[in-house]
Design a protein around this ligand. Structure first.
Ligand SMILES: C[S@@+](CC[C@H](N)C(=O)[O-])C[C@H]1O[C@@H](n2cnc3c(N)ncnc32)[C@H](O)[C@@H]1O
Length: 460
């Protein structure tokens, strides 16, 4: 491959942006040298300032748009340029979908290396007010000690105080503003990340799309509840109509993790309710649940239809199950569903839902998926017609894929939020003799580079 000495790359140059990277940067080239340009749309001709140069690539930022791409649009959020959340809001939504399909195809081509059909991305039913899990870091201004809450600027830990965010339900802005003011009045301080001092670190809201109720979790740099905190919780619960529960999460460690181990509910209920495939689920503070419930519903309905079109009363394995959303949605068409999830809170909430709905054919296991697969093989020897695998971003281990193959005789439906690890795992499955029928992407996070995929795999 042709290389270029990084010293020969000018500090400023004009480039034509060719495509979008998997992290949402525009990709341009100076001869063979790759430039990842923040805030650039494929088709743009832009003047850029080149940042720190690595051997084969550098990041860069736009200093002037010389000729805009035909797909550039005016962002609908006034904070888009400063807040790091919606990197792609300046790109036409339909074109975002095409770019996301290209991201998936590129990952398959470069990491998996096999030809796989990638279908058009199914769009999100909502492109605004779609995000139902909000996690705002909280801090305070240096001199006036005013509480601020919002998102970080791209690639930094500089907090942008956000009063209005059009991608989350409007009511959440009201809750956050209420917390800013009430905490200030009560003398609860905002957290200073560098010095590891201050009280309130994050506000986490689980907001229901089904009934508009909200569970608010105050993440505190403390190990126990104190009087002012109790007062804040009680004000939130009593003065805001749609707040159905308030909890405190204790996180006094010097860590980037948002939530600490323990959560205590101070007011109201420990969960909100959400509806998928005509079933009402319970979502708690630490439970995984898709942030875009309407797009999630599309995925669940899609998988349900695919399985019912291809199997008669199948045995289904739901692994990395969370609140067993797939398993419970699929229980109507299955002979039996066996689910496994490592977070106890999620399994307990799934248990409540199956009991309340009188569902008899779902069996829940609170374990590491791989260990459960091994145990299942060595003890019960059950065979599944379909395995739904929906792992976290890091994907599946080879060990768990090997076990899943031994346990399943029909199809694996692999649901992924990370095209790179999906591509890696599909490569492994193909090497083990599987055939990947197709990949169906879904847009769960409009205006970001994220894309969710459903891959259908035949075990040959
Ligand atoms: C992407 S989420 C999917 C959840 C669920 N399928 C849904 O759509 O709501 C991944 C889930 O896997 C769980 N998990 C992560 N690693 C695990 C492991 N080794 N064994 C079992 N569950 C695991 C996480 O707690 C999380 O609930």
């Amino acid at each position: 491959m042709q290389t270029i000495n990084k010293k020969n790359i000018p500090e400023e140059l004009v480039v034509k942006v060719e495509k979008l990277s998997n992290l949402g940067f525009g990709i341009a080239k100076y001869e063979a040298y790759v430039l990842f340009v923040e805030g650039a749309c494929p088709g743009d001709t832009v003047k850029i300032k080149v940042g720190k140069k690595n051997k084969t690539y550098a990041n860069a930022r736009v200093i002037e748009i010389i000729e805009p791409s035909e797909y550039r649009v005016e962002p609908f959020c006034p904070m888009q340029k400063v807040c790091g959340s919606c990197q792609l809001q300046f790109i036409d939504y339909q074109y975002q979908l095409k770019l996301k399909k290209d991201i998936v195809k590129d990952a398959i081509r470069s990491i998996c290396g096999h030809e796989i059909e990638v279908r058009d991305v199914i769009e999100s039913p909502k492109v605004r007010e779609y995000r139902h899990k909000i996690q705002y870091p909280v801090s305070e201004t240096q001199n006036s000690k005013r509480i601020i809450a919002g998102y970080y600027k791209t690639g930094s830990h500089e907090l942008v105080n956000i009063k209005y965010c059009p991608i989350q339900p409007e009511y959440c802005d009201k809750i956050i503003d209420f917390i800013r003011n009430a905490a200030q009045e009560l003398g609860i301080s905002g957290y200073n990340e560098k010095k590891h001092v201050g009280d309130l670190r994050h506000v986490v809201i689980r907001s229901s799309n089904y009934n508009s109720k909200n569970l608010v979790i105050l993440v505190m740099n403390s190990t126990k509840v104190f009087d002012k905190l109790k007062k804040l919780a009680s004000k939130l619960y009593n003065e805001l109509d749609n707040v159905s529960g308030v909890g405190v999460n204790f996180n006094s460690k010097k860590t980037n993790l948002i939530l600490g181990e323990n959560t205590e509910i101070l007011e109201g209920e420990a969960f909100i309710e959400e509806k998928l495939c005509d079933k009402v689920f319970k979502v708690g503070a630490k439970t995984f649940f898709q942030v875009n419930p309407e797009s999630a519903n599309n995925i669940f309905e899609y998988v349900k239809k695919y399985i019912s079109d291809n199997f008669e009363k199948p045995m289904i394995l739901d692994a990395y199950a969370g609140i067993t959303a797939f398993g419970i949605c699929l229980s109507d068409i299955a002979r039996k569903v066996v689910s496994v999830e490592e977070v106890k809170e999620s399994v307990d909430l799934a248990d409540k839902v199956i009991k309340e709905n009188g569902i008899k054919n779902v069996e829940l296991h609170n374990m590491d998926a791989s260990k459960f697969f091994e145990k299942e093989l060595n003890t019960k020897g059950r065979q599944f017609d379909v395995a739904v695998l929906d792992p976290p971003r890091k994907g599946c281990s080879q060990e768990s894929l090997d076990y899943a193959l031994k346990l399943t005789k029909g199809k694996i439906i692999y649901v992924s939020c990370n095209p790179a690890t999906l591509a890696r795992d599909l490569k492994y499955l193909i090497e083990k003799g599987c055939k990947v029928d197709f990949i169906q992407p879904f847009d769960m996070f409009p205006h970001t580079y994220h894309v969710e995929d459903v891959a259908v795999i035949t075990i040959v």
